[in-house]
Structure formats: structure tokens, C-alpha cells
Write a protein that binds this ligand. Sequence first.
Ligand code: AMP
Ligand code: FES
Ligand code: ZN
Ligand code: ZN
Length: 329
Amino acid sequence: MRCSVCGAPAQVEVRRRNQAFCPEHYRAWFVNEVRRNLKRHQMIRKGDRVLVAVSGGKDSLVLWDTLTGLGYRTTGFHIQLGIGDYSKRALAATRAFAEERGLELLVVDVRESFGLTIPQLAQSTGRAACSGCGLSKRYLMNRVAADEGYGVVATGHNLDDEAATLMGNVSRWQTDALVRQGPLLEEREGLARRIKPLYTLTEREVAAYAFLAGIEYQHEECPHAEGAKSLLYKDILNRLETRMPGTKQAFLVQYLKKVQPVLKEGLAGGDVELRRCERCGQVTTGSVCAHCKLWDRAYARAKKRRLLLESRGFDPRPKVDRLKPASEA
Ligand code: AMP
Ligand code: FES
Ligand code: ZN
Ligand code: ZN
């Protein structure tokens, strides 16, 4: 196999495009895909400050690498979930990346801020770790972006993630989620714009980029393995992809292009009114947001189990640690 650009021996094949690349041209192809996604949806606009949500895994580190490479001024944001060694290694990979490149990184430790780790939150609410975890991550991304003045939050969701989410939503016809899903969620009062610049690139393509760019990332998955469900959808999609290259992308991109607009129009008027949470001030549909409700419930049980002092009330303000690049420190 030869590189489609220069004819040198190819190292990465992109079957769905019938192309193969040498390392140099693969990286150029990948960055160009990201650039096109940013442009197509005007994800980042003039004067935007971008907060990149970085887990320490390959997707978000590759995202951070490509955005800085394209010249955007970005700050990383890592949420320390307190899931044992898994979380420690995630922070270590994120810090090492930031320090090596002289990038600013914000860190919020869930336990330092709110008193419980994600596993303790799960124990105290009796809900699966992933559901409280997802809710806390969303809350913190929005909250820290608003408090620190970032208009855009970028996440590392790739094509496999997005196609699996779509399949999950379709299998139960979750119309609310289907209408909202997409690579760009415009800012609304008090909520930063949310962007997913890697949404057309497969997990395998992201991994190949990470390898060729020498990015050291955390390989292990969260031990609470985000439900077998999303992994099952990914597996099904990969089997389709092997037989029919391009299926994954067509499934997602054609949905966004052809079906979602019709669905949106058909459901028009269903927009819910947004208010401010009485407790934390974040945007919500009820009087108290889901995040405050969840933590209030967890506090009640955690106190009974003596995980928390009886006198401690839930304070929704996160404590942000700022790791400045060495040159500015
Ligand atoms: P996941 O839901 O774990 O597949 O992660 C999707 C995206 O959310 C990642 O690509 C990151 O951009 C972001 N993310 C996940 N976990 C964290 C974390 N602990 N801290 C900051 N961002 C995260
Ligand atoms: Fe959130 Fe696993 S429970 S990353
Ligand atoms: Zn080449
Ligand atoms: Zn709230």
C-alpha cells in the first residue's frame, strides 16, 4: 500500500475513504478533517475562549493537540472523579500533556469541592456511578465555563461515540435526545456553546493519530465501564462497518443532515422554558436543578453513613485549581 498523497509506503489505511497515508500525510489529513468540522459548523468564532474538557484518554488529548496545533487559544479542564487509581492515572496523563506543551489546565476535584467521590456519590444515591458521573461532569463543564468566562466547551466525542449514542436514541425513539444530539449545541442563556470537533473521525483514526503524534494517554477504561450498552452498540456498528465501510459515518452524518431537521420542525414548539436553579444559579427547567437534587439526596444518606459531618450542607460552588504553564507561573 502506498500513500495516496506522496506515494511513500503507507502506514494507515482509511478504508471508508479508500485512502492510505504515510505518517506525515495521515496527520495532515486528520488535522484537515478537524479544521473542516470546525468551519462547517462555525464551532469556534472570533474572540471565543475555548475550554477543552480533557479526561486523559486519547480522544480529548488528541482534540487538545489538534486545536492548539491549529492556533486556537485553549485551556484544558480536567475533572478529578476520585475513581481510585484509574482517576489518578487520568490526571497524571492530563498534567503531563499540559506541562510538556506549556498549556494552562484547570482541575476540579469532585471530592474536594463537594465532599464525596463519584463512587461515594453512587453509593449514597443508590444510582449507577455513570449516571451521577455524567450529571456532575455536565454541571461542572457548564459551571466552570460560565464562572471562568469561556464561551465554548469542546469535548472529544468521536464518530464511534456519536453513532452509538444515535443508535441508542433510535432504538427507543427518544425524540428529545434525537433532536438535541449533534456536533454543535449553540449557547443559550448562561450555557456555553458545546462542540465536538472529532465527531466525523473514528476511534481507530483518533488512536492512529495519537500514536503517530506521540501522545501519551491513559489506555484503560473506567472500571464502571459506561454500561455494556454503549459498548454493545459500538460493537454492532463495527461489525456493520467491517462488511460495509462507511456505514458508521453515513448513519450519523445522514441522520444529522436529512432526518434531524425534519424531526426538529415536526416537534417545534416543544422548547421548554429555562430558569435559574434556586440553589446554584445554573440554567434549569425546574426550580432546583438535577445536579443540586442529586447531591442533596446523596448528602442525606452520606451523613447517616458518617461519610460527611452532620453540619455540612451541599455547596454547589466548585473549587478550581489552576495549573499555569511553567513560563507564567
Ligand atoms: P466519555 O463520556 O467518558 O466518553 O467522555 C466524553 C468526553 O467528555 C471526553 O472526550 C472529554 O472531552 C470529556 N470528559 C470525560 N471525562 C472527563 C473528565 N474526567 N474531565 C474532563 N473532561 C472529561
Ligand atoms: Fe464516570 Fe466511569 S463512572 S467515567
Ligand atoms: Zn505521504
Ligand atoms: Zn442547582
